[in-house]
Design a protein around this ligand. Structure first.
Ligand code: HSE
Length: 308
């Protein structure tokens, strides 16, 4: 009892335009920390939250609490866990804020419990956090947050996660406008059905993107970064989205789109130099909008969640 461990999980860009709920990649920053202490109380406590005032300390209403309770139940341990959360990722940003906390909690708890769970089981636990946060247990943020790199959820039932090749020159730029979009809201506005014509276009792009990532064909990656399903609906929620996306492409991005459920907008680029040009162009456009924002430039983070 009393042993402490601290884990870190980074922001993630999910969907990657064509891969709604099935594709995601990890970037290097920002990130969340979760520190856990083993107690003999038999229950989960959220003892502290730094960096965000709006999150609940009630373990039933906090993703960290939900993930830890699920792990305690499954492991059968009589021990309790006391959690301290340090948020570096703003909730409702579109870069996997709830996923990072869920992933860091699952990773830290597994370490305290003697690594009894497999990486895939940790993804399953972290998905319970997503269920609480967004009403759907999607894995496209928690999988890369835990495992690093680029992940494909080939199937949810049963869960089948494929680690996708990361082309060495791939860089990601993220612009996060200072506004909140709840994932549940951004999901509620989507059509529940799509036409066969739309589905054909979408799965062509998913196949193209995966092929492009494995063959390191940057042009194919760029051609495939197209979304016929979520972007047409969600873009209306993000001020200046179309111009921002156009700016990224005009400055040399392979492609750009909504990160997760937004409002963050991402661009994929070939090489760091190109990413720097793209981020400058996107920053300059954001200045004209007069909306506060954060900007990140990162290679794909292959590391995943870590103990720190
Ligand atoms: N795939 C999810 C969505 C990601 O687009 O709703 C949420 O961050």
């Amino acid at each position: 009892m009393g042993r402490k461990v601290r884990a870190k999980a980074t922001a993630t860009v999910s969907n990657l335009n064509c891969g709604f709920d099935i594709l995601g990649l990890a970037i290097r920053e920002p990130y969340d920390f979760v520190e856990l202490e083993m107690t003999d109380s038999g229950v989960v406590e959220i003892a502290g939250i730094k960096g965000c005032d709006s999150l609940s300390h009630d373990p039933e209403k906090n993703v960290v609490g939900v993930v830890l309770n699920a792990m305690i139940r499954k492991s059968g341990t009589k021990a309790g866990l006391r959690a301290f959360i340090e948020k570096g990722i703003t909730p409702g940003s579109g870069i996997g804020s709830s996923a990072a906390s869920s992933a860091a909690a699952a990773f830290a708890a597994n370490d305290l419990m003697g690594r009894i769970f497999s990486p895939k089981e940790l993804v399953t636990f972290a998905m319970e956090g997503e269920q609480l946060a967004s009403g759907t247990a999607h894995a496209d943020n928690v999988a890369p947050a835990l495992l690093g790199g680029i992940t494909l959820i080939r199937s949810y039932e049963p869960l089948d996660i494929v680690q996708v090749n990361v082309p060495p020159e791939l860089f990601c730029v993220v612009i996060h406008p200072d506004m909140e979009i709840k994932t549940s809201t951004a999901r509620a506005i989507l059509d529940k059905h799509i036409t066969l014509t739309t589905a054909v276009k979408q799965w062509g792009n998913v196949g193209g993107l995966i092929a492009g990532l494995f063959s390191e064909d940057y042009d194919l990656i760029g051609r495939s970064l197209t979304d016929h399903v979520a972007e047409p609906k969600r873009s209306a929620l993000i001020p200046g989205f179309h111009e921002l996306k156009k700016t990224a492409i005009q400055h040399g991005a392979l492609g750009a789109g909504i990160s997760g459920s937004g409002p963050a907008v991402f661009a994929l680029c070939r090489g760091e130099l190109s990413a720097k040009t793209v981020i400058s162009g996107m920053r300059a456009f954001m200045e004209t909008l007069g909306i506060k924002y954060n900007a990140y430039l990162s290679p794909v983070n292959r590391e995943g969640a870590t103990i720190c």
